[in-house]
Design a protein around this ligand. Structure first.
Ligand code: FAD
Ligand code: NAP
Ligand code: SF4
Length: 676
């Protein structure tokens, strides 16, 4: 019997059977918009080969006004049907099943033509929506239904009707966005009329043997959101209207509570889905921050849902299910929920990928093939750049020796994994250790590589990372000053009042680390995390918002986070996560000071002034000053090799330290190894 018998059990839907209980949730990867149908098809087919039970595409707009943005993918005519059938044919040939998501964005559509039940502008959109009249509502319904019929013609196994995350159908449900007084507004019966009509008429149009998933917002996390009684009422009506499966949506996009970031506890919202179990007779899917077979199995075994949705984990590893089924779950590349290469790309107008798997969404471009001329390769530095090179090169059949002066693999990831809310980095380091062992890579840990050691290799890769930048502040050699490595690696004792110099990613992380008592993280304590962010049971409080608001724990230290730039702190952090880091530090009462000049440090603390004229001198009275002033490349070994005429490849932080992150390090390492 397999270890994941609930997760791998088939699900009989009557007219068709899913091979297991895992849905690849919808993701806006930007692939459909490329109109490179071979590339889109290969992305989905690779996941079908990995045996996921059912996939849902990125959101496809039902019409111009409902599409998320101008140019967003649609399925509007025979030409589109032909293009989409390239995807469905390839997925079916690979033994998979795929549903197409129909996404009407309503007032979230990035367009002056966006429509909504009432002209209430969203706080996350610049466009006030146009209120629909009766004919306008009828048009939206018939456009959604026609899109579903075309999805069937294109060979999809079903559709997912997006009714959550604050999109169009969700906007009708909630009084805050629906101020109508006609039959589409007012009472809850009236407000839920639209989603029910959409499902009912879709079922009429597509017939009985076609999957209709309805994504239902089970906890809105916005003021005036639905109560759980309303959620149950809607779910029952959606079932009656003809849905095959109900999928869980968590939080509107405008919610000020994180729902999928790495600091959100694993399966943080499965308890909400569980409340709906037994209330309807169709399968229910749970979602959000599920990223391992163990978590999925536990949720299914304990009756939280009939299926689990995992979206980003299928970017990190297309073969998640097949590896789990083969007893190789330790080899599944883990999604660390960082959003850095997926959602941040989407919001930056770039095609998604994955920090841990640069091949994701680039299957046709970044191809890793076995080598026909195996070489001996030395990789110096076992941070993410070196590890990804070593692993990819070994997968191709090269013989790899990996050096690190430290006695552990992972490089700076070993510091990242200690930050409260970044526990997922532990899984990434563990995965690297598994892969290095599985692929038979020779490791030379605790070994500082020298040019002499590297003489006999066919290829030498230098991935020696970075050194902390010296900010050259008078007095920084004093006993009250340390850098982030002293804090995170050497665990030097830090006083109760701290000034952190530099508000980049590391300055933010160090501040989060120091604001918690040693080793504590609310990410590992769901009730505490819910209290911290003000999440409540929607059966007790509308929308699942605690009326008392966020209740963070007491900060462990008084922290001041400083930067020289006069801009907003954290402006350059991840597009989808920067606000969370800022909010987390504000909850811990961290003081942000920008536009400073660092004058000196002494026993009284840090002395700063402001502006070009170095005015308004101020002393930040801090027992400890922590330097997080950026990084510079560690090129000492690369320079020594070049001087003696040994050719080498320099990657990661050793190459360019500015704006370096693990995403770039891994991408560069993988791409290099694919060419060796
Ligand atoms: P490194 O990780 O620095 O690895 C270099 C390795 O080379 C080290 O292990 C070192 O011991 C070894 N080495 C050096 N010289 C020699 C030698 N002569 N012989 C043998 N070994 C040698 N990035 C993100 O993308 N997302 C995050 O959330 C994130 N959070 C972070 C949080 C913290 C606290 C820190 C410190 C960093 C974080 N980063 C994050 C940054 C990320 O870890 C780095 O960008 C990444 O590790 C750089 O990879 P690298 O392989 O180039 O170098
Ligand atoms: P960083 O993001 O470049 O930030 C460096 C900070 O130091 C800035 O706030 C900068 O602000 C300040 N600084 C620069 N030169 C200085 C000087 N001479 N004196 C004093 N202050 C100076 O670098 P980092 O924080 O060291 O992070 C390293 C890399 O790791 C970054 O590229 C980052 O992307 C990555 N990382 C990512 C995450 C993540 O969550 N994605 C987390 C941690 C780290 P001023 O110039 O305004 O003073
Ligand atoms: Fe997961 Fe980060 Fe990859 Fe996105 S980029 S899929 S969040 S690991």
């Amino acid at each position: 019997m397999t270890a994941y018998r609930h997760m791998l059990a088939p699900l009989d839907l009557g007219f068709t059977t899913l091979k297991n209980r895992v849905l690849m949730g919808s993701m806006h990867t930007g692939l459909e918009e490329t109109r490179d149908w071979n590339r889109v098809a290969e992305f989905y087919a690779e996941r079908a080969r990995g045996d996921v039970g059912l996939m849902v595409t990125g959101g496809i707009g039902p019409n111009m006004e409902g599409a998320v943005a101008p140019g967003a993918a649609m399925l509007a005519n025979d030409e589109d049907i032909k293009n989409h059938s390239v995807i469905t044919d390839r997925v079916h040939a690979a033994g998979g099943k795929i549903a197409m998501q129909i996404l009407h964005a309503g007032r979230y559509a990035f367009s002056p033509h966006c429509v909504a039940p009432s002209p209430v502008k969203s706080p996350i959109s610049p466009f006030p929506p146009n209120a629909l009249d009766e004919d306008g509502i009828e048009k939206q319904i018939s456009d959604i239904v026609a899109t579903a019929a075309r999805a069937r013609a294109a060979g999809y196994d079903g559709v997912e009707i997006m009714g959550s995350e604050g999109y169009f159908l969700n906007q009708f449900l909630v009084a805050h966005t629906n101020k109508r007084t006609d039959r589409w507004g007012g009472s809850y019966e009236n407000r839920m009329r639209l989603p029910i009509e959409v499902v009912r008429r879709t079922r009429e149009a597509v017939g009985t043997d076609f999957i209709i998933i309805y994504r239902l917002s089970m906890i809105d996390l916005v003021p005036d959101g639905s109560t759980f009684e309303e959620v149950v009422k809607l779910a029952k009506e959606i079932e009656k209207a003809g849905a095959t499966i109900i999928n869980t949506g968590i939080g509107w996009h405008e919610a000020r509570i994180p729902t999928i970031a790495t600091s959100v506890p694993r399966a943080a919202f499965a308890w909400v889905t569980k409340k709906l179990m037994g209330q309807v007779n169709i399968p229910i899917i749970t979602s959000n921050r599920i990223n391992t077979p163990e978590v999925a199995e536990e949720l299914l075994a304990t009756g939280c849902a009939d299926m689990v949705s995992m979206a980003r984990p299928m970017l990190a590893d297309a073969h998640f299910i097949s590896k789990a089924a083969a007893g190789k779950s330790a080899q599944i590349a883990p999604c660390i929920a960082c959003n850095q290469a997926c959602l941040d790309h989407t919001f930056g107008g770039k095609i998604s990928s994955c920090l841990v798997n640069p091949q994701a969404c680039h299957e046709t471009e970044l191809v890793v093939t076995p080598t026909d001329s195996p070489k001996s390769i030395a990789v110096v530095g076992a941070g993410p750049a070196g590890l990804s090179t070593a692993i990819t090169a070994a997968q191709r059949g090269h013989s790899v020796t990996l050096f690190d002066k430290s006695d552990e693999l992972g490089g700076q990831l070993n510091m990242a994994k200690q930050i409260p809310g970044k526990e997922e980095f532990r899984g990434l380091v563990d995965w690297y250790c598994t892969m290095v062992a599985t692929l038979g890579i020779t490791t030379q840990l605790g070994t500082t590589a020298t040019p002499e050691m590297l003489q006999d290799f066919d290829e030498v890769i230098i991935a020696t990372g970075v050194l902390p930048r010296d900010p050259a502040i008078p007095g920084q050699d004093g006993p009250n000053v340390m850098d982030y490595i002293d804090v995170l690696r050497h665990k030097k004792p830090v006083g109760k009042s701290v000034a952190v110099i530099g508000a980049g990613g590391i300055g933010f992380d160090v501040s989060e680390f120091l604001s918690e008592e040693d080793g504590h993280s609310t990410t590992e304590h769901l009730p505490e995390w819910m209290r911290e962010w003000g999440v409540a049971d929607p059966a007790e409080h509308r929308g699942g918002l605690n009326p008392e608001g966020p209740k963070p724990g007491h900060p462990a230290r008084a922290i001041t986070l400083l930067q020289r730039k006069a801009e907003k702190h954290g402006k350059r952090l991840g597009k989808t996560t920067g606000w969370i880091h800022r909010a987390a530090l504000k909850m811990k009462e961290v003081t942000f000071i920008g536009g400073v000049n660092y004058e000196s440090i002494d026993a009284d603390g840090l002395h700063v002034s402001f502006g070009e004229a170095r005015e308004n001198p101020q002393t930040i009275a801090a027992e400890t000053i922590v330097l997080c002033a950026g990084q510079i490349p560690d090129r000492s070994l690369a320079d020594a090799l070049e001087q003696q005429g040994t050719r080498c490849h320099v990657i990661g932080g050793a190459d360019v330290a500015a704006e370096l992150d693990a995403k770039r390090a891994i991408d560069q390492g993988t791409r290099l190894a694919a060419t060796l």
